[in-house]
Structure formats: C-alpha cells, structure tokens
Design a protein around this ligand. Sequence first.
Ligand code: CP
Length: 307
Amino acid sequence: MASFENKSIVSIRDMTRAALEKVVSTTAMVKKDGPKGFMEGKTVAVLFFEPSTRTRLSFESAVLKSGGTVFGIADPAASSQSKGESFADSIRTIAGYCDVIVIRHPVEGAARMASELCDIPVINAGDGPNQHPTQTLLDLFTIEEQIGKLEGIKVGMVGDLKYGRTVHSLTHALAMFGNELSFISPPSLKMPRHILEELEKLKIPYHEFVSLEETADLDLDVLYVTRIQKERFGDPQEYEKVAGTYRITLDTIEMLGGEVKIMHPLPRVDEIDVEVDDTPNAVYFLQAHNGIPTRQALLGLVTGGLK
Ligand code: CP
C-alpha cells in the first residue's frame, strides 16, 4: 500500500508494515497537534449492522472533529434491508451519498464485498469473527504510546481467540514487527489454525497455553484481554462451559511481574475486575479514547486531507 488516498481498509493483511507505521505516526501527529478541517466538505456514511458503542461513536466523533459531516445506520431494522433490499443495492445507493463508507456487518467478507461494489474507500469496522483493522491500528498506537516501541515486545492474548476478530487482526500486525506472541485460551477457543500456520511460515515465535499461570515467567509487556463472544456461539451450552474462564485481578498483575500493561478492546463483561481500573497497568479506557485520533488519521489519509 504505497498511498492511502482513495484506498479501502478491509484487512490488516492488505497492509504493509510501512503502512501501519504511517497510520501510527499520523495518529501521533493528530493527537499532539490536532490539525483541524482536513475533512471539510467530506461526508462519511457509518453503517452498523451489528451493535457497537466505541467504534461507531468514535468514528462519528472523528469525522465531526475533523470538519466533516456524518450520517448512518445504527439500527438495521430501520433500514430498507428490513424490506428485503439486497446488501449490494444498499451499498451501491449509499456510495452515491458520501465520500467514505465505514461498515460493521456480522458476515465475514461483507466489508470486502462492499469495497468491490463501489469506487469510494470502504473501511471495515468489524466483519463477523474475521477482522477489525481499525481496532488494531488504535491498539498499535496505544502500544507504542505505552511501551515506546512496536518491535521486540512480548504480548499475551487471552480469552476468546477463536471468535475474537480484534486478536486476529492484532496477531497479523504484531507478526509484521517480529514480536513474540503467547495465546491463552480454553482448548475450544484457540487461535484459528490458519493464523498459526501464517506465523509458522513467517518464523514468528508463539506459545499456546490454557492457564494464565503458565505465562508467569514470560515477562509479558502487554496482556491483551478479550471477551468470550457469546453472540457467536451456535449452542448456548457451549458458551456456558467457557464463560468466566479468565478474570484479571490485582493478583494476576502481581503474578505477571507488576509492570504488564492490560489492554482490552472493550466491551468487557467480567474478565477484568474493576479493582484493576485505577492501576497504572490498566490502559483500556485510554485505548478506547485513542480510537478518535486513530480514526481521524485514517479518514484523513484515505480522503487525501492528510498526507
Ligand atoms: N472495540 C469495539 O469494537 O467496541 P464496540 O463493539 O463497542 O464498537
């Protein structure tokens, strides 16, 4: 990806390491200097066919803070898809109303399909259990802000690694920087085999564990915690078997050496105890707030308002 202008952002796998670094450095510039008005005259459609708090609202805020206008779908039942309109017809129509489409959809590949249906940039805000690239971009920015670098770090990912799209995207990104990765999950929710095979091809060292205690001596820089994705289980009894498997407490932080940064894409259910929130280890609310400069940077880059 040599230039971002007019390009869709569908998967981290489409991006180079240089492109990831460009978004991170542009985000730092936006957060520090707060350039204004680079989205003036641009309209963004924010189409959410799945629930969201952070991604949708931070995209809307990012557009408004950058001088653009925003409209969208927050409730699919209120759109004409509820009358039987096809996804393709909806996207072709909406593409004529705006300069950028941001889309979240429960079906894997929906953002890719949307990007092939129109000639304006489409940004994937999460497609089923597949990818969530803008979450990864704000995660990378937060890691650099907190740890001071993006390579030579040890990252543990814990929870639902099967259905958690944020950890799929983040694994691809951290692999580009050659980092050592540890995956902690119940056996039924392991990182998908095709992602592990990619790590093996790239010779990226990774470890798989079932319990957090097994990672005590690894000296992790970051523990990335994920929610068990209840909505993706076909059988509620299978969800009940793994619900509440992991809970991060002050004892967990001590066990991991006291310095580890705790990240989480949010929303959380019960996997991080609220007693952790006021520790210097907890960076998940800062991480969520970094969604605004990151999405401002990305919107500016794909519309050509930022270079
Ligand atoms: N992190 C994230 O995607 O949160 P939302 O589902 O609230 O957008």
